[in-house]
Each structure stands twice: as structure tokens, then as C-alpha cells.
Ligand binder design. Structure first.
Ligand SMILES: [Zn+2]
Length: 511
């Protein structure tokens, strides 16, 4: 969950910074006298406003930044633990299926693993420290850039005004144009490209969480002396990672394998060639020789590769259109001149439409790749960034739905989150924190209209806030990699609450 919130949190901060600056520029308009607009007086006032702006932002955001940084640390730690737990389950399942390729007989037995565990703990701490340190630098940079840009705008506006033939609004719009167009792009990447802090945070945190997760898995593998992994195929593969799909590698990075472990290439070599680059969505799973899907079946056909290429292009186009729409939105929202506002508004709509078209095309393409079987291993995507832990259920409570419950873990996928956001605006952001308690301590469980699904009712704030949640329970006939998952979640009113309790079959009621 955390990776998801942090990008958004920074986006909100950026918007606040821009909005209060533009508010100052809009309202601190000096009276026009007979001699015309008093630009030098205006400038003095704006510079005063800037000093205030600096001070206020520093006070306002320091604490928020601290909070965010703490969250980053705990998210990385959690991803690490999750990786270990998930891996253990997978290993035990492989053992059940008859896997014998491990070298240590019992989990956690060898001293090697104890040493290795310590090394990995240290590496996780290093990862947390480095990520937080970079984020602190970015946080300083975002405030500094907002201040610098504000100062520049104050001076530029006067320059444009002095050139003559323009209104106050138009002069300010000219001065703010480049800033509004680019946003607060205070982070410069090695290749010279500039990014906003929200963009950067999103990338940095996803990458760190993924590494922590992989290290958690690796630690568990090391305990068992298993070192082989396989790069799974999936829809939407990254071009950089394509050459590695279907390849078995020896994990010498996270589980201490070496070239002595077999004839396969090393994970470190693949990484040095670009595999698992930042923003990478590809991943690998442990390769249990004789038990896992054989490499031949993970390889991509020429058709698959064509589809992947098509999706890469569409993805780029879609992202670009979304970015342009955001730029135009900012310009439309904050331009002072009415005509400018309108022009940018129209452009924003055009870009949004474009983005929508690309999204549709992409959807079709993904369906095509589903048919062609690219997405065989859903596990990769769900294991890393697209799934968020919600909590654990008490199997006794949910035995009213089915006795065949294979896991007590509950997750929610990004896809479902998007669904909830689309259908019940704001519910998700506002009430997400309730989900854990809803599933762990339901008030009512009511028969749902789908098999192995629970309709959960629960109220908060002394009954003032009521919620309906549907949870899909995973049974032994489902894919073993899946977990119980939230299908939907919404706030309901008293009437709906009563309707459900009075007209449907109640399977469970808490005391
Ligand atoms: Zn990749």
C-alpha cells in the first residue's frame, strides 16, 4: 500500500505548492493608478509574499516529510518480510510435489543461512537508509525549486509587462508558463531528464520495495540451498528484459548462489545487462527443477514478441498523452487570463481523449496476449507491485462460507482498487484503513451471489458509517498462488444496510 500512497502524497504537496503560489499572484494585485499599473510596488509586495511562502511551506511540510520517510522505511521492511513468507510457502509446496533439489535438509538449519541472514538484514537496512536519504534530498529540492521559480516569476512578469501592450493577467501568464508547463521538476536523472518528486518517489519506492521483496525471497532460498530462478513471461514485458524471459538463472545476488550451482547464467550478469532496471515490471520466481513450468514453455514466440512490442509503443503513447493532459490542466487551472484558460482547457480535453483511445487499444492488445497465453504466470505481477496486503482472516469465522480455506491472508489488487475508485469515488482514499478491521472482525457475513464469496457488513463510528465488502475466499481448487482478495468495498446507507440484513441469508453474526 505504501508505495502507492507516497507518489500520491507528493503529488498533493506539489499541487499545494503551485496552488498557493498562483493564489498569491492572482490576489496580490496592486491598485491601478492614473500612471498605470505600479509594477515596482507590486514586486515589493510579491517579494514579501514570497518570504512568507517560504516560511509557511517549511513549517507545513517538514512534519509531513518526516511521516513519509518513516513510511518508506516500514514499507521496505514489510516487503522484505513478505518476500520471505511467500517464498517459504512456495518451497513447502514444491516439496509436497516431490521436489528434492535443495541442499539443506531443514529450513534455517545451516550456519551458512544464519550468516547469510545477517548479511541480508544489513543490506535491507542499507537499502532503507539510502532510499530515505535520497528522498530527503528530493524533499529539500522541491521546496527550494518552488521558491526559486516564484522569485523568477516575480521578476519576469515585470519584464513582460515593461515590454508593453499587455494586461496584468497576460504578463503573469507569460511569466508562469514554463513553470506551469513543466511542474516542479526538481529531480534530475543521470540522462539529464527532469522529473517531479511524485514521479521520482513512485519509481524509487517501487524499485526499493521490489528489491527488498526479492531479497526476502532470496534469504529463504538460501536457507534451503536453492539458487535457481526463472524469468517468467507476462503481458506487457519490458523490452529491456525480453531477452531474459524463459531463462533459468543462478541467483548469486539475493540467495548466495554461484557459478558452481549449475550451467545457467548468473542473475548478476543479467542485471548488469539491464534486467530488473528501475521501473521494471518483470520478475522471476524460484525454479524448482522438474516441478516448475519448464523453461521451454516460458519462452516467448515470435507472435508474443510482436504483441509485446506493440504494447510497449502503446504504453509510451498513453503515458505521454496523460502527461500532456496534466500539463494542459495545470496551465488551464492557473492561467489568469480567461482566454488562456480556455485554450489550455480545450487542449487538455483533446489529450485526455487521446489517452483514452490508447488505453482502449492497449486493453485489446492485452486481451490478445491473454488469448495467446503470454500471461501464464500471474504470480509474478501479483507478487511484487500490484498486490497490497490487507490483513488476515479468522478461518473459524469464514467457515460459514466454506471449510476449504487454504490461506488466511487477504490482499487487494491494484485492478480492484481502480475499480473501487471508479465506482465509488473517494470511498477508497477515505476508508481504506477500515478494510483490515472489516475482514478480520466482520459484524455480519451474508450469503453472496457468487460461490466462495462473503458479503461482509461492518459499521464504524457508533454505527454512523456503514460498509459493504465482498471477499473472495481461495479454496484448494483455485490457483495455489492466489490469496483471498477484496472484490469490492463501499460505504452504504442505513436503508441498504437494513435491506441486506432483512432480505438476505445471514451466515454469521458477531456477538
Ligand atoms: Zn524490465
Amino acid at each position: 500500500m505504501a508505495d502507492y500512497n507516497i507518489g500520491k502524497a507528493f503529488e498533493r504537496i506539489e499541487n499545494e505548492l503551485i496552488s498557493s503560489m498562483m493564489g498569491n499572484l492572482k490576489h496580490h494585485k496592486t491598485e491601478e493608478t492614473k500612471e498605470g499599473f505600479q509594477w515596482s510596488q507590486w514586486q515589493v509586495e510579491q517579494l514579501k509574499a514570497l518570504e512568507n511562502y517560504k516560511k509557511q511551506n517549511k513549517e507545513k511540510f517538514s512534519e509531513e516529510f518526516l511521516n513519509i520517510n518513516e513510511n518508506i522505511g516500514s514499507a521496505i521492511e514489510k516487503a522484505y518480510e513478505q518476500g520471505g513468507m511467500d517464498q517459504e510457502i512456495k518451497i513447502l509446496k514444491a516439496l509436497q510435489k516431490g521436489y528434492t533439489g535443495y541442499t539443506h535438509k531443514f529450513s534455517g538449519s545451516a550456519d551458512v543461512s544464519g550468516e547469510f541472514f545477517k548479511v541480508n538484514e544489513r543490506k535491507i537496512n542499507e537499502l532503507i537508509n539510502a532510499t530515505v536519504k535520497d528522498m530527503e534530498k528530493a524533499e529539500t529540492a522541491v521546496l527550494r525549486m518552488a521558491n526559486d521559480k516564484y522569485r523568477k516569476i516575480i521578476f519576469d512578469a515585470q519584464v513582460y509587462a515593461n515590454a508593453g501592450g499587455t494586461t496584468y493577467e497576460k504578463a503573469v501568464d507569460m511569466a508562469t508558463h514554463d513553470f506551469l508547463s513543466a511542474g516542479i521538476n526538481c529531480i534530475e536523472y543521470k540522462n539529464g531528464a527532469r522529473h517531479t518528486i511524485s514521479d521520482y518517489a513512485d519509481m524509487a519506492i517501487k524499485t526499493a520495495n521490489k528489491r527488498a521483496y526479492l531479497r526476502g525471497e532470496g534469504t529463504k532460498r538460501a536457507e534451503w540451498g536453492i539458487h535457481t530462478v526463472i524469468v517468467n513471461k507476462r503481458g506487457n514485458a519490458c523490452p529491456l528484459c525480453l531477452p531474459f524471459v524463459g531463462k533459468v538463472l543462478i541467483d548469486d545476488v539475493y540467495s548466495g548462489g554461484s557459478s558452481k550451482d549449475g550451467k545457467y547464467p548468473l542473475l548478476s550478469t543479467a542485471i548488469s545487462q539491464g534486467f530488473l532496471h528501475p521501473r521494471c515490471k518483470d520478475s522471476y520466481t524460484t525454479y524448482f527443477e522438474g516441478i516448475s513450468i519448464p523453461p521451454k514453455d516460458e519462452e516467448l514466440t515470435q507472435d508474443d514478441i510482436e504483441i509485446v512490442k506493440e504494447q510497449t509503443v502503446l504504453n509510451h503513447k498513453k503515458q505521454n498523452a496523460e502527461k500532456q493532459a496534466k500539463r494542459m490542466d495545470r496551465l488551464s487551472k492557473y492561467s489568469l487570463d480567461e482566454e488562456n484558460k480556455k485554450i489550455y482547457g480545450v487542449r487538455s480535453e483533446q489529450w485526455k481523449k487521446q489517452a483514452g483511445n490508447y488505453t482502449e487499444e492497449l486493453k485489446k492488445s492485452v486481451e490478445k496476449s491473454n488469448d495467446s497465453g503470454i500471461i501464464k504466470s500471474k504470480e509474478v505481477e501479483t507478487a511484487v507491485s500490484d498486490v497490497h496486503n490487507v490483513g488476515k482472516i479468522d478461518r473459524r469465522i469464514y467457515s460459514c462460507i466454506t471449510k476449504d480455506i487454504v490461506t488466511d491472508e487477504v490482499i487487494i489488487t491494484d485492478e480492484r482498487i481502480q475499480h473501487i475508485k471508479d465506482h465509488h469515488p473517494k470511498d477508497f482514499e477515505r476508508y481504506y484503513n477500515y478494510l483490515k478491521e472489516i475482514v478480520t472482525k466482520p459484524k455480519y457475513i451474508i450469503e453472496a451471489n457468487k460461490p466462495n464469496s462473503a458479503l461482509i457488513l461492518k459499521s464504524f463510528s457508533e454505527g454512523k458509517e456503514k460498509f459493504k465488502t465482498v471477499l473472495r475466499i481461495i479454496t484448494s481448487t483455485d490457483n495455489i498462488e492466489f490469496k483471498n482478495s477484496i472484490i469490492t468495498f463501499m460505504k452504504i446507507n442505513e436503508k441498504e444496510w437494513k435491506r441486506l440484513i432483512n432480505n438476505k441469508k445471514i451466515l454469521y453474526k458477531s456477538e
